[in-house]
Ligand binder design. Structure first.
Ligand SMILES: [Fe+2]
Length: 331
């Protein structure tokens, strides 16, 4: 049995009080009481959780965009790599890799994880810009230096060489390269850390499968307090303006409002039924034990509710120095 005091909530008892949450919506559902504490720091998140016995400390890293290659790759890969590097030089954007190789930065932040003695590190995708052998070797060696467990899910870049089509077939083809980081299941995983359940789900094609939906539902069903880690943010209305401004398209999961030509350029197909069900399950507050969502993909920091009293945190891209230190403490 979970050691948490779970509060059975009645729909009529729900009251949002600007940051303190005791109850949630559904007649059938239990809700864990939490408080999201304003830290004044975009890269630190503090959540008080009722019933938690010990503090839990996590590091969230997303979008490192490692670009290691070597002569194990073919001509197509090497040519694309050179083209990309030339583009970076022309762009002359300090924020984009900041003149320091992503490799160096990844090594440094993993040292920081050890220094802070985090209970786990969660990597939410686009750790690499393509699944090259050199990127995989680097990541394997780097992750071995961690003194606590890690959880890994994929982004839209991890599984695609830049000369290949970006589609589900390509993802399927390169999934096996990520088995070693995902306990042989890149599609979804769960990990228990200090009484908190961490769920990682690959939504890097902007979709959730029936199997992933069933997995998440099953993990949430026993009332354990859960955090969900995804690459692509869930559509929430307050994210639209900033994302449109930076990307010119609503690159979120289950987002409405795509212009047809943009949608085809981004190769994002309409949300499938299972994706819509997942989105409405989560944003409808069906499970009051889903405390927060953490994701990346759009490269800037953002925080807002995905359901009443429950927050989605987008973490700034690691290639421009972003990461998020998540602390959960007893209420
Ligand atoms: Fe991405």
């Amino acid at each position: 049995m979970w050691q948490y005091k779970l509060i059975v909530a009645l729909r009529q008892s729900y009251r949002y009080s600007g940051g303190m949450f005791g109850t949630l919506l559904n007649e059938e559902v239990v809700a864990v009481k939490v408080e999201f504490v304003e830290t004044g720091n975009l890269e630190q998140t503090l959540i008080k959780v009722e019933g938690l016995r010990e503090p839990v400390s996590l590091m969230h890293i997303t979008d490192a965009h490692c670009i290691e290659v070597d002569d194990r790759e073919g001509k197509d890969v090497l040519e694309e790599h050179l083209r990309y590097n030339e583009w970076i030089v022309r762009k002359n954007d300090y924020d984009l890799h900041g003149g320091v190789s992503p490799r160096y930065r990844v090594e440094s932040v993993l040292k920081l994880c050890n220094f802070r003695q985090v209970d786990a590190t969660v990597l939410t995708g686009d750790m690499m810009l393509y699944p090259s052998f050199a990127n995989l070797d680097f990541l394997r060696q780097a992750l071995k230096t961690l003194q606590s467990p890690y959880l890994f899910t994929l982004g839209n870049h991890d599984w695609q060489y830049r000369h290949m089509p970006w589609n589900d077939e390509t993802r399927e083809l390169y999934y096996p390269r990520f088995y070693e980081f995902t306990n042989n299941n890149p599609a979804f995983q769960a990990m228990e850390i200090g009484g908190i359940r961490l769920l990682a789900v690959d939504n890097s094609n902007y979709q959730i499968t029936d199997e992933q939906l069933a997995f998440v539902r099953e993990q949430l069903a026993d009332g354990a307090p859960c955090l969900l880690f995804l690459h692509i943010p869930l559509y929430i209305p307050s994210l639209v303006e900033d994302i449109e401004h930076l990307w010119g398209a609503p690159i979120m999961m289950a987002a409405p409002g795509w212009q047809p030509e943009r949608q085809s350029k981004w190769m994002v197909r309409d949300a499938e039924e299972s994706t819509k069900s997942f989105h409405s399950m989560v944003t409808g507050g069906e499970f009051g034990n889903l405390l927060a969502i953490f994701c990346g993909h759009v490269h800037f920091s953002h925080k807002d509710e995905f359901a009443p009293g429950r927050f989605q945190y987008v973490t700034r891209a690691f290639f421009s120095g972003g990461y998020r230190w998540i602390k959960l403490v007893p209420m």
